[in-house]
Ligand binder design. Structure first.
Ligand code: AMP
Ligand code: P6P
Length: 348
């Protein structure tokens, strides 16, 4: 017969030293759900599905050069751009996961000619650039994914592609992911901006910066200087102004430009200053897309105390007229975006 251990023998075993586990993305989103009155969990499930898609995309980005995933498919997308194999893969993964989630009635992607309605009503609209900065893929520079989530106004009605054409002020969640030296997701659901870093050994995103704030101003600017001759006179004057030799007033500014919106925006969010892709003679309506590049970035920057205009007006107030509508984008610290806007609109 086994000897009965005294009842209190267990209490002598010291409690396991719990490792200092950080806050996961899942913890953060679940806390948001508990704080949302009447939440059913659909929104949380949608974000969880998107997180899965991001991790699948990442797995291929990290092995691109070895898995014959670099280079082009030979097709041209609706933007008239050569489609990279990873562009297509990332788009397919996001489409598949979002349709499977059952929460997404309408999907809009840079890689799709028109918005896609799911076979079921679905409560949400998700708009995304599956792989931003793809021209940097083959040279191993930072690329990323950008997405925005909106609520459908009548979730039970049959989805219609035109529902995607809503101004950015209607966004309820936005994020970008950087596939860089580490994999970082910057997310807002309307309660501040939070940065999560993927622990590749665990396969989880952990909170790395809570309540990210964009500095009020900084002497850093990010623009493709090669377009100088095509800019308006006002933008050229701004460009001369930030390069003047005036150390007492933070000039000249330092110049940084990766050529991936996600990389240039993330540096600007954390360090401050300004990113600008203004209208120019070649792109009179701007180059960047409103619905799945400028709007999500603008929502994130405003949530972080920054600012986003098209060189004159607030990005989030622009009413889209087409899924792939382009816009000039000026993003960053309030002081720097306001100064740019004053030059661009002839007030300085
Ligand atoms: P649901 O019923 O889960 O679709 O959520 C309804 C609404 O509550 C969403 O559209 C959000 O505005 C809000 N909400 C739900 N879950 C969350 C969350 N995890 N974080 C932030 N907001 C949330
Ligand atoms: P340019 C990448 O192709 C992209 O769409 C954005 O990620 C980036 O900010 C911009 O274009 C770079 O454009 O004309 O400077 O190469």
């Amino acid at each position: 017969m086994t000897e009965q251990r005294p009842a209190d023998s267990i209490s002598h075993i010291p409690p396991a030293v719990s490792p200092s586990i950080g806050t996961t993305l899942r913890d953060h989103v679940l806390a948001g759900m508990r704080a949302a009155p009447g939440a059913t969990g659909e929104f949380t499930s949608l974000l969880s599905h998107i997180s899965l898609a991001i991790r699948i995309i990442l797995s291929r980005v990290r092995q691109a050069g070895l898995a014959n995933l670099l280079g082009y498919t030979g097709e041209t997308n609706v933007q008239g751009e050569a489609v990279q194999k990873l562009d297509e893969f990332a788009n397919d993964v996001l489409m598949n996961v979002l349709e499977r989630s059952g929460h997404c009635g309408i999907i809009g992607s840079e890689e799709l000619e028109t918005a896609r309605t799911a076979g079921h009503p679905g409560k949400y609209i998700v708009l995304f650039d599956p792989l931003d900065g793809s021209s940097n893929i083959d040279v191993c520079s930072t690329i990323g994914t950008i997405f925005a989530v909106l609520r459908r106004q009548d979730p039970l009605s049959p989805p219609s592609v035109n529902e995607a054409l809503r101004p950015g002020r209607d966004i309820i969640a936005a994020a970008y992911v950087l596939y860089g030296p580490s994999t970082v997701m910057v997310l807002t659901t309307g309660q501040g901006v939070h940065e999560f870093t993927l622990d590749p050994n665990v396969g989880e995103f952990f909170l790395s910066r809570a309540n990210v704030r964009c500095p009020e101003r900084a002497s850093m600017y990010s623009i493709n200087e090669g377009n100088h001759a095509r800019w308006t006179e006002g933008v050229q004057k701004w460009n001369e102004w930030i390069k003047r030799d005036d150390p007492a007033n933070g000039a000249p500014y330092n110049h940084r430009y990766v050529g991936s919106l996600v990389a240039d925006a993330h540096r600007t969010l954390l360090k401050g200053g300004i990113f600008a892709y203004p209208a120019d003679k070649k792109s009179p309506g701007g180059k960047l897309r409103l619905l799945y590049e400028a709007n999500p970035m603008a929502f994130i920057f405003e949530q972080a105390g920054g600012m986003a205009t098209n060189g004159a007006d607030r990005i989030l107030d622009i009413v889209p007229n087409a899924l792939h509508m382009r816009t000039p984008l000026v993003l960053g610290s309030k002081f720097d975006v306001q100064t740019f806007t004053e030059f661009a609109t002839g007030k300085r």
